[in-house]
Ligand binder design. Sequence first.
Ligand SMILES: *[C@@H]1O[C@H](CO)[C@@H](O)[C@H](O)[C@H]1NC(C)=O
Ligand SMILES: *[C@@H]1O[C@H](CO)[C@@H](O)[C@H](O)[C@H]1NC(C)=O
Ligand SMILES: *[C@@H]1O[C@H](CO)[C@@H](O)[C@H](O)[C@H]1NC(C)=O
Ligand SMILES: *[C@@H]1O[C@H](CO)[C@@H](O)[C@H](O)[C@H]1NC(C)=O
Ligand SMILES: *[C@@H]1O[C@H](CO)[C@@H](O)[C@H](O)[C@H]1NC(C)=O
Length: 387
Amino acid sequence: MFVNFRRLRKCQFVQLMTTCLVLSVVMICWEEVDNNIVSHIKSYSYRYLINNFTYVNKSLTIPREQARRFSNFRYLLDHPDKCTGEDVLLLLFVKSSPEDIERRNAIRSTWGNETYIQKTLGVTVKVVFALGASQTSKKKPAWSKRSGGGIQGQLIREDRLYADLIQQDFLDSFHNLTLKLIMQFHWMHSHCAHARFLMTADDDIFVHMPNLVSYLQDVSSRGITDFWIGRVHRGSPPVRSKHSKYYVPFEMYKWLAYPDYTAGAGYVVSGDVADKIYHVTLTLNASLHIDDVFMGICANAIGVSPQEHVYFSGEGKAPYHLCIYNEMMTSHGHVEDIYDLWKAATHPQVKQWSSGLMGGLYCRLVKISLLCKPYHFNTYPCKAAFL
Ligand SMILES: *[C@@H]1O[C@H](CO)[C@@H](O)[C@H](O)[C@H]1NC(C)=O
Ligand SMILES: *[C@@H]1O[C@H](CO)[C@@H](O)[C@H](O)[C@H]1NC(C)=O
Ligand SMILES: *[C@@H]1O[C@H](CO)[C@@H](O)[C@H](O)[C@H]1NC(C)=O
Ligand SMILES: *[C@@H]1O[C@H](CO)[C@@H](O)[C@H](O)[C@H]1NC(C)=O
Ligand SMILES: *[C@@H]1O[C@H](CO)[C@@H](O)[C@H](O)[C@H]1NC(C)=O
């Protein structure tokens, strides 16, 4: 009896401890569960309201005199005649930072080589780099004749060589990306309004230019308007944790979800959309520093919503395989490998190997094995293998 009693107590003790353990694990994890799952569910349902209602637009509309401060920066480097007299299919802005000359050079000699594009694809694509002012050059005015050194001096020399830098006099920083976005639409409006498409991209992106060009030619020939394509984020909740670089306070954006938007890594809009976005930036409060979210807000205000293209990557990096090269549009996170990838992705064998009945079948199987792995989200979605 006594022994039994002790055993019982031991049992109860174990039970109690287990319960406590489980409870504390749940308590500890709850915050994370709440942040990630609940807020996504909430915001995903909420997005139906956001995308349809005009209160976001209303709450961020400000007088034009006040909106002007987001765009009236002086140009430090500019090429107003870049597009003049040419039939431009695509105006492509690469968001770059003053010190990232290596990345710009890599892009110039691979997918962003305008001469190559013109010669082999027979279309005009303008690739320009969008920059703010570098931190160091802000103190010593770079436009003064005396300053030949520093980062700004290097930029001026670089620009003499390639004539493809567009730079405004705001500090080039993560928190000023929205100013850079606005600059792109304003520059297009003033100097390249006849371009059929505008693309904006990060400088660590790989663009499969031949695939993109033929896709855009097709879209253009079908006369499609209100076109905005990329990797779509639907109903994303604003980050309310102060430690995140994406932190947005309630005063800046008070709703539970952002309007749908495309990942800033790379997306394309048609000329008509670009023009409307330009106009709406004249009346919106652009304090929200996350540029792709701000783009979503602008598009929401003009009634345009983004479309998903499975071969535009967001944060993701494409698997290296010729069956992927045959379809890819953009892939994110390429710096050192950009030369090799460009060579491999544009090799004539890519088309040979992946065409025909056997090639098609082979590539389908390869794509399923590459893209449809569980817990493997950081690339194109599985459904891309079946299209
Ligand atoms: C928005 O409202 C329209 C009709 O007012 C409806 O057809 C559409 O499905 C709604 N869209 C969303 C995302 O709720
Ligand atoms: C761009 O391509 C042209 C023609 O293919 C080539 O002559 C030129 O060297 C390339 N430019 C760069 C920066 O690699
Ligand atoms: C953005 O640029 C402006 C103008 O140069 C500067 O005053 C401001 O500090 C910058 N903001 C951030 C967050 O870097
Ligand atoms: C724009 O938004 C910021 C941040 O929410 C706010 O501080 C500022 O007062 C707003 N500007 C105007 C003109 O309403
Ligand atoms: C956004 O607000 C502006 C100014 O209040 C208004 O002219 C425009 O029609 C609004 N857009 C939508 C989609 O409601």
